[in-house]
Design a binder for this molecule. Structure first.
Ligand code: IVH
Length: 703
């Protein structure tokens, strides 16, 4: 889409725009500003290789927003600011696809593919067919219509003939360009097909959020993507971070006749499918250009498919097979379609990640918030390479919705790294012997009466001293994403609790080595490791402590948001619901839960206790303001614009911070200037490094 010189110019221009004052933006240069933002959207969402920081992007974006707000007449439909939600959508209008969206014929074995190739050769009279192979993306299919270089409509597949116009939601998918220079190819109108996906890590985050809220998670990323596309509130769609691969041009109208000389196309339309994927990529669409392969003959096809399947789990998104397409468009046209599928393409389906099993029994487990979770014990089944014997079935409503009974035959699925789920039960196979799942009325641990709070889906034990909850809270506190106390896993917590060595969170910090002498499995070395791990965890940043407290609805991201708004944990305890709600992404539910947590005197006493035991209670921001950068390490990369490198380094050292010579896990901050190279790449792979811009650095150092 951009050649090396253009990229350099756009990068330099970005810096220029960053420093522009609002008054320097005019109707004459506004499109240049939009193009800068489009370029960065493309780097981030299509290439996954941003060249400026989020902060810098937001700064430029806000300049455009401010200008457009003051000059509403010059807002264009394809302006990057127009991706913001449009409020609630009442109904999605029905629209006819320009060309019916057909399905694909399926194949499951090399023999099926050999058969497909034989038919193609017979029908075409050509011996050695050129094929283009690409992943079969497991998402929700869409079609996009562009007219005069601008996105006009995004439509669901529907029944193949008529789909739903979901354009406002399509605007929320940042890898779909709102503007594309299709006119370079003489194209006035085009219909492009593709698949909307939610990648594995966003899917896991989304499901964790649902579980945290006591709601049932989605069975797989495909359902999550399809469900999101049909949401009525497009601002919520934006939060799910959908992406889209575009893989097929089903219709294009080249209005050559009507074009004036000045508008004559610069490039000819491709004559191959791979050429179209290349064209789409060049125009800024995320096509499977990098994933596709052009081969000759079916043997090579089979080889590539097998190679690709090996790497399937390592992909960031789900695929359920590969699609093999005749590459030559003229030959595609000659082969034509049946009423169901094109004769020039076939899907090859990978081994299913679904299996049938039997629901044998249901156990009820108690979590750290007192929630009682039913867990289905199922007949051992192989799904996606692992043996599954138990599956969480979440809550009472879920059991009803899925119509589950003990003894049922069930369909289970495990996609990628995602925890196994029940897709559905098969009531048609019931014998009459099946039994209803009875929910307990009392806590399986302390026998207190369970309650189901209004508006919630879970039954809870509300006895805060219920031992099972205490243990679960400690397990959560020491866990990897919370305080990450090395060598202190779940099994040890249970063991130490049963032995009476620990009884609550603060008691962890009162442990000393003599207390472990004589405990089976604890030699000198493991005792040293354990005590060192406990000691080191005292310095964990505040957001980990907050997350570790296990406040309902406060996940890792919320904990980070909270810390950005406070100096220390005791400041958080004084915030009221309104103050909390002003923070990004903190809704009424989260705010309620935080205030309820701090209203409980026992929790404040526990925090004071932890403070006295030496845990970090202040935010990093506060630490720096008080004690400089002591203990913090920095490295600079790329060209700085406002500071000389040596001055910036001196600023760090003046505040007792340290400059490192290379990227390693010891690094706390990488400050990124213009043209940053391999250091940035390396730092992106180490999660604990904070990558910040020059402006963010200045803000940090100056408190
Ligand atoms: S081509 C006329 N290519 O699979 C041919 N489809 O099972 C149009 N799909 O409805 C389809 N990845 O939603 C094509 N690389 C790919 C695909 C793909 C996923 C979906 C598509 C289609 C379904 C058929």
């Amino acid at each position: 889409m951009f050649n090396a010189t253009q990229v350099k110019t756009l990068q330099q221009d970005s810096i220029k725009w960053l420093s522009f004052s609002d008054g320097e933006i005019t109707i004459d240069n506004i499109e240049e500003l939009r193009n800068i933002l489009r370029f960065h959207e493309h780097r981030y969402y299509v290439e996954s290789d941003p060249v400026i920081t989020d902060f810098e992007y937001d700064t430029i974006f806000k300049k455009l927003q401010t200008f457009e707000a003051a000059n509403p007449l010059c807002i264009t439909k394809d302006s990057p600011t127009q991706r913001v939600g449009v409020g609630l959508i009442k109904n999605f209008p029905k629209v006819q696809h320009l060309v019916p969206m057909l399905s694909l014929d399926n194949s499951y074995s090399a023999d099926d593919l050999i058969d497909f190739d034989r038919k193609v050769r017979e029908l075409s009279g050509i011996e050695n067919i050129e094929y283009c192979i690409e992943p079969k993306f497991d998402g929700a299919s869409i079609s996009l219509v562009y007219e005069n270089d601008t996105l006009l409509k995004g439509i669901t597949r529907g029944d193949g003939e008529v789909g739903d116009d979901i354009t406002p939601n399509i605007y929320q998918i940042r890898s779909i360009p709102l503007k594309a220079k299709l006119s370079l190819f003489g194209i006035e109108q085009i219909e492009i097909r593709g698949e909307v996906l939610i990648n594995k890590s966003n899917f896991a985050k989304y499901n964790n959020g649902l579980i945290e809220e006591g709601l049932p998670p989605m069975a797989n990323p495909r359902n999550a993507a399809a469900g999101t596309l049909r949401m009525k509130d497009s601002t919520l769609v934006a939060k799910r971070n959908l992406e889209a691969f575009l893989y097929h041009v089903s219709y294009s109208f080249v209005g050559k006749e009507s074009l004036e000389e000045a508008k004559k196309p610069i490039y000819n339309l491709p004559t191959t499918h791979s050429g179209f994927l290349e064209m789409l990529w060049q125009l800024g669409f995320k096509s499977p250009k990098k994933e596709m392969k052009v081969t000759h003959g079916i043997a090579e096809v089979i080889k590539y498919i097998n190679e690709f399947e090996v790497g399937r789990d390592a992909l960031p998104y789900e695929i359920d097979g590969m699609v093999i397409k005749v590459n030559d468009i003229a030959l595609q046209d000659k082969l034509g379609m049946t009423s169901h599928h094109p004769r020039w393409a076939i899907a090859y389906k990978f081994k299913a990640r679904q299996a049938t099993s039997k629901l044998l029994a249901v156990d009820f487990q108690l979590g750290r918030t007192g929630a009682v979770t039913p867990v289905a014990k199922i007949a051992a089944s192989q799904v996606g390479g692992v043996t599954v014997t138990s599956i969480s079935i979440h809550n009472e409503d879920y059991i009803k919705e899925k119509n589950l009974k003990i003894g049922d035959t069930i369909l289970i699925e495990r996609s990628g790294d995602v925890i196994p789920q029940i897709v559905k039960s098969l009531p048609e196979l019931r014998t009459g012997e099946e039994k209803n799942i009875e929910f307990p009325t009392h806590c399986p641990m302390c026998n207190d009466t369970l309650v189901r709070p209004n508006g919630e889906a879970v039954w809870r034990c509300v006895n805060i001293n219920c031992e099972a909850q205490v243990v679960e809270r400690i397990i959560h506190f020491v866990s990897k994403d919370a305080m990450d106390i090395k060598s202190f896993g779940e099994a040890n917590v249970r063991k130490f609790y049963t032995m009476g060595i620990i009884k609550n969170v603060p008691s962890i910090y009162k442990l000393n080595d003599t207390m472990f002498i004589g405990i089976e499995g604890f030699g000198e070395k493991s005792i040293v490791n354990l005590i060192d791990g406990i000691e080191a965890s005292k310095q964990q940043p505040l957001h980990r402590l907050i997350y570790g407290l296990g406040i309902r609805y406060v996940g890792e991201n919320t904990a980070k948001t909270l810390v950005r708004n406070i100096d220390d944990i005791f400041e958080l305890s004084t915030k009221n619901i309104d103050e909390l709600k002003k923070m990004d992404d903190v809704g009424v539910k989260v705010a309620d839960s935080i205030t309820a947590f701090f209203k409980n005197e026992d929790n404040i006493i526990m925090l004071k206790h932890l403070q006295a035991l030496g845990l970090q209670m202040k935010s990093i921001k506060k630490e720096i303001a008080e004690g400089g950068l002591s203990g913090q390490t920095f490295l600079f990369t790329g060209t700085l614009n406002k500071l000389k490198r040596s001055d910036a380094e001196a600023m760090v050292e003046e505040k007792a911070g340290k400059i490192l010579s290379g990227v390693s896990s010891k690094l706390n901050y990488l400050v990124v200037g213009e043209d940053a190279g391999s250091k940035l790449e390396k730092a992106k792979k180490i999660q604990t490094i904070n990558i910040i811009s020059e402006d963010e650095f200045i803000e940090l150092v100056n408190g």
